[in-house]
Design a protein around this ligand. Structure first.
Ligand code: G3I
Length: 392
């Protein structure tokens, strides 16, 4: 049975169940029928959302996306499928379109999981964002072996094969991910001194190779350079230098992906300035927000670099004030994105809090960074962005 059919079956079963319970409350039911209706405990009336409230709110501005895992798991967890279908217009594969998943050995391709995700999306009219063709993590060692020419040929064959496989199905690709250095005094600045940089003969050439192969394989999909911390001025300056260099040399790039992994102490104005700076320098480039989440902890820099001085865990009890602040921050961001026409896609990095990577990063600690809680109920953050009249 396909996902649509399962979903429909579940909704029908749910409708039948509620009809039954509703009938049980009807005075005109004969006593014998009423007697078979089980008595239910009073429901706490959990927050729910009108169908399409989220994607509908931004329909004329941008796609609203979420990163998810296996389609098979979504299929089994029908509540997740239901949420995706009703509230989201874009999906990103959190891991299964990365090189480690798609090609664990040279010349060997494993498209099954990614194809299942594409099938789920196509069956439900949801667009697919591709993540990622090149990264220095989650990439098998074989990619980095040999001379720069061998590395180039192998990378270009991989990108050609993958982009061709998904041609017409993926509306945008993160062609290169996190190629900008965090260290402004790095001699390779603005480039990250990564395995890719080294394998290309201590050069940035691999970035060109990746974009050129992607464009040749699919002239219609949008090509992105994706990175984190564009809300900080130093990283942003280096990123803009990399993008400008690509444009000046005619390398085919369509847009900048801002990951926007934020925390409550992040500066919303700076997160929006990242978009304005791209707009100001390169008219015509697209901005995507690719991995948005807001950690409820405000950690200092050393927490990320050495795990020291991280904020104390809230455990299961996040203060209401924190949930409210998070909701307000989400609203400020979404409102700012909607006011900027170059923003064409905004994706959350996950669907529900329990599935977020932030439960394990920068330290193990329950986090609550997304729009849905672990019970698949909408949080105030969801209500704040999907209904601008909602009082936080
Ligand atoms: O699939 C294996 C599984 O077989 C094994 O049993 C299990 C044991 O640890 O590991 C599983 O792999 C994990 C994988 O996620 C899938 O769950 C990896 O250990 C784990 O490292 C990996 O983490 C991913 C991380 O990228 C890798 O760097 C996160 O889920 C994913 O959210 C995260 O996403 C990145 C973006 O791609 C780029 N931007 C930053 C963002 C957050 O780090």
């Amino acid at each position: 049975m396909n996902i649509n059919a399962r979903l429909r079956l579940k909704l029908l079963a749910g409708a039948a169940f509620f009809a039954l319970v509703g009938c049980g409350r009807g005075k005109e039911l004969p006593l014998s029928s009423a007697a078979v209706v089980p008595l239910l405990p009073p429901s706490p009336s959990p927050p729910t959302a009108a169908d399409g409230a989220l994607k509908g709110q931004y329909e004329s501005n941008f796609l609203v996306g979420a990163a998810i895992g296996l389609a098979q798991k979504i299929q089994a967890e029908t509540e997740d499928a239901d949420i995706l279908v009703k509230q989201f217009s874009s999906i990103t594969a959190e891991n299964i379109m990365k090189p480690q998943s798609l090609s664990p050995a040279e010349g060997v391709y494993n498209f099954a999981d990614a194809d299942a995700l594409v099938n789920f999306s196509e069956a439900n009219g949801i667009a697919i964002r591709g993540h990622t063709l090149l990264w220095h993590r989650q990439t098998p060692d074989y990619f980095f072996q040999g001379t720069p020419i061998e590395v180039k040929d192998r990378l270009q064959k991989y990108i050609t094969d993958v982009v061709t496989h998904f041609k017409g199905k993926v509306y945008a690709w993160d062609v290169v991910n996190e190629v900008v250095t965090d260290n402004g005094s790095d001699i390779t600045a603005p480039y990250r001194n990564s395995r890719w940089y080294q394998a290309a003969g201590n050069s940035k050439d691999y970035i060109d190779w990746a974009f050129e192969a992607a464009r040749a394989a699919d002239p219609d999909t949008k090509l992105f350079l994706n990175d984190y911390n564009t809300e900080t001025s130093g990283k942003r300056t280096r990123l803009l230098a990399v993008v400008k260099d690509l444009i000046d040399r005619g390398i085919p790039i369509d847009g900048v992906g801002h990951q926007h992994h934020l925390q409550l102490s992040s500066n919303v104005d700076q997160a929006l300035k990242a978009i304005d700076d791209v707009d100001a320098l390169f008219s015509g480039l697209i901005n995507h927000i690719t991995e948005l989440d807001i950690s409820v902890y405000s950690d200092p820099g050393e927490c990320f670099s050495s795990g020291e001085n991280c904020a104390t865990s809230y455990g299961d009890n996040v203060p209401e004030s924190v949930i409210n602040d998070q909701a307000q921050m989400y609203r400020d961001l979404f409102t700012g994105f909607a006011a900027r026409p170059s923003v064409k896609s905004v994706s959350l990095w996950g669907l529900t809090d329990d599935a977020s990577w932030l439960n394990g990063f920068p330290v193990e600690r329950p986090n609550y960074p997304l729009l849905y809680d672990k019970d698949r109920k909408v949080k105030k953050a969801f209500q704040a962005v999907s209904d601008l009249n909602f009082v936080i």
